[in-house]
Write a protein that binds this ligand. Structure first.
Ligand code: GDP
Length: 219
């Protein structure tokens, strides 16, 4: 919950969110203000679907991770705040460009790494990165590389399994414990894995509560 300038208290989820802008480099980001959380994941992991399901707005985050396309950080905030110092939104969501295209040219991978690393290292208001992992595939080599980047940047991150409706129920807790084991020695990993399905709504409340907690609004 949070208070806006009109004195009302409202939850950050359950009200409309808006897209502010997509930025190809740090200098175009809005000035640091509210605490931010970010989402990262391989292309097609279900990142746009999860962001849309979280905020209850189908068209907010669009799939835009086509090869060769400009890679941008997309910045979203809850609607209804002026942005002035006295009326900042309580939090912001940053959607990072997807990674892991097998055919991506080296320059594109290098540009991705630079943009993301600059953001991770340079954004003091970034509270946590949610790294999305497709429940059908588990953590892959390029996910490991991103986790290492996050460890190196010393940014707190948490693993979120996506599309859990696509695997059998008993496989979910098994995957959660396997994933926890894989990240056990990683210094910046938050030791709780959240299993979600944007399709069926599973795990979304847990993720919303985790986000509220991460940005200091309480669960
Ligand atoms: P992005 O590239 O990471 O933004 O991925 P999208 O959100 O565009 O999703 C990629 C594909 O996975 C789309 O066809 C989605 O419909 C599908 N998808 C996303 N989330 C889920 C889910 O929770 N369950 C199922 N069954 N499919 C999903």
């Amino acid at each position: 919950m949070t208070s806006s300038s009109d004195g009302t208290t409202r939850p950050i989820f359950g009200n409309p969110w808006i897209f502010i802008r997509g930025v190809p480099a740090m200098k175009f980001l809005p000035p640091e203000g509210p605490p931010e959380i970010a989402f990262a994941g391989r292309s097609n992991v279900g990142k746009s679907s999860l962001i849309n399901a979280l905020v209850g707005h189908k068209g907010l985050a669009r799939t835009s991770n086509t090869p060769g396309r400009t890679q941008e950080l997309n910045y979203f905030v809850p609607e209804g705040y002026t942005g002035h110092a006295t009326d900042l939104p309580p939090t912001a969501i940053v959607d990072m460009p997807g990674y892991g295209y097998a055919q991506a040219p080296k320059e594109q991978v290098d540009a991705w790494t630079k943009l993301v690393f600059d953001y991770l290292r340079g954004r003091s208001t970034l509270k946590r990165v949610y790294v999305l992992i497709d429940a059908r595939h588990g953590i892959k080599k390029n996910d490991e590389e991103v986790l290492s980047l996050l460890d190196k940047a010393a940014v707190s991150y948490q693993i979120v399994l996506t599309k859990t409706d696509k695997i059998k129920d008993p496989a979910v807790p098994k995957l959660v414990s396997e994933t926890l084991e894989k990240i056990r020695k990683r210094p910046a990993a938050y030791p709780v894995v959240i299993a979600t399905s944007s399709e069926k709504g599973g795990g979304l409340d847990e993720l919303r509560a985790a986000i509220n907690d991460a940005v200091g609004l309480g669960a």
